[in-house]
Design a protein around this ligand. Structure first.
Ligand code: HEC
Ligand code: HEC
Length: 171
């Protein structure tokens, strides 16, 4: 190869590599994480029994239904005083899957048929498809217990980070 051609080849190579790096960053920024959200009451009240679920994981109608039935919440009484309940509900709705603008939330909301109002993230078609490689006996391991226990495997779950590099499945 002549010197000129070699230079050209190196140039093309580096442009392509930069392209890949940019594409990768783009993917991470847009689809690997949910945006940071915070509300003090939500943090206190909704993390005492389980993972603090990011509001971008369910659509508005799901949060409304859940928040209006807290006295019978998956077999537990999770009732709140009306003021706290309203504040948390408004926070959840404002950041819900169908109001958020990130790609992950958009996919979740698209996966749920309009006529269905799931109360479990772990039962949405999106969740089931993302976890189709996790077998039933893995969910039942003592350190996991149920698919609802996101933090058992995703250490960044409460910050909305589900990237592959942060998945560790307990034995
Ligand atoms: C008194 C305990 C308690 C409190 C407080 C509580 N929850 Fe729960 N929640 C539960 C239990 C129990 C389950 C079922 C967990 C399981 O199946 O492993 C559950 C499940 C859920 C699920 C479904 C998880 C899934 O995808 O399967 C969501 C979403 C949820 N809770 C949201 C909330 C929100 C929002 C709040 C705050 C307003 C809250 N929870 C407060 C006990 C509680
Ligand atoms: C048993 C451990 C385990 C639990 C519990 C679990 N996950 Fe996962 N999750 C995984 C594994 C493993 C993958 C990767 C699947 C793959 O790459 O095929 C995954 C993938 C994901 C992804 C996709 C990551 C990507 O970039 O494609 C998201 C989002 C996710 N999980 C969210 C959740 C949420 C929300 C919960 C709780 C409601 C949860 N997971 C509970 C093991 C778990």
């Amino acid at each position: 190869m002549t010197r000129k051609l070699l230079q050209l080849a190196v140039l093309i190579g580096s442009v392509t590599a930069t392209g890949w790096l940019l594409a990768d960053n783009h993917k991470h920024g847009e689809s690997k994480s949910l945006p940071p959200v915070s509300n003090a009451k939500w943090k206190t009240e909704c993390s005492s029994c389980h993972t603090l679920y990011h509001p971008g994981l369910l659509p508005e109608r799901s949060w409304r239904k859940m928040m209006s039935g807290l006295d019978q919440h998956f077999g537990e009484n999770a009732s709140l005083d009306p003021v706290t309940q309203k504040e948390i509900m408004e926070f959840l709705v404002a950041n819900s899957a169908d109001h958020a603008t990130n790609r992950r939330s958009a996919k979740i909301s698209q996966s749920i048929p309009a006529q269905s109002t799931p109360l479990r993230i772990s039962e949405t078609p999106w969740f089931v498809q993302k976890h189709d490689k996790v077998s039933t006996d893995v969910w039942k391991r003592p350190k996991i217990g149920s698919p609802a226990n996101c933090t058992a495997c995703h250490e960044g779950a409460e910050q909305g980070n589900f990237s592959e590099s942060r998945i560790k499945i307990p034995r």
